[in-house]
Design a protein around this ligand. Structure first.
Ligand code: C2G
Length: 153
């Protein structure tokens, strides 16, 4: 019987932390299903991804270690997904440690160590800082501060 593994996430600005997690999860079974958070669900998570759902799903789905991508619409779909896709293992990073123990009645639940020093939120901050409009605004602020200093001299 195939051991199907499932995980859930936003996977914005796909990076090596996401990749290593998916690789470790894939090695726990024969098939890996990834539920990618929709943009609407991200709003419920108070997350604003830089990359829209379609792009995030396409990137995750392009990985040879990922057998199927489904949308994650809500917090409450996991139990139904586990039944629908005949899941043996639910896995996620240990920033969620303990949060999904209620799924243990349906399947194994594993929390895997996150990859340190990389995060989508840091990449989002960098992307925003490099945004040309932001740089223009910073230039204007700098000019005003410069003028203020000159006024005091
Ligand atoms: N991750 C990781 N190492 C990092 C960053 C992320 O192992 N440096 C893992 C997270 O622990 C998570 C997965 O990569 O298991 C996806 O991370 P996010 O996109 O931040 O997922 P999140 O927004 O936490 O969504 O219902 C569950 C939620 O949808 C999880």
């Amino acid at each position: 019987m195939a051991r199907n593994v499932i995980t859930y996430g936003t996977f914005d600005m796909f990076h090596v932390g996401h990749l290593r997690l998916l690789q470790r999860l894939r090695n726990l079974g024969d098939r890996l299903i990834v539920a990618v958070s929709t943009d609407e669900f991200n709003a419920a998570k108070n997350k604003k991804a830089i990359i829209p759902y379609e792009g995030r799903a396409e990137i995750v789905g392009s990985l040879k270690i990922v057998d199927q991508v489904i949308p994650e619409h809500s917090w409450d779909q996991k139990a139904a997904d586990i039944k629908k896709y005949d899941i043996s293992v639910f896995g996620i990073g240990d920033d969620w440690s303990g949060k999904f123990d209620h799924l243990k009645v349906h399947c194994e639940v594993v929390y895997l160590p996150r990859t340190p020093d990389v995060s989508s939120s840091a990449l989002r901050r960098m992307a925003r800082a490099l945004d040309p409009e932001m740089i223009e605004r910073l230039r204007e602020v700098h000019a005003v501060l410069d003028q203020m200093v000159r006024n005091f001299e």
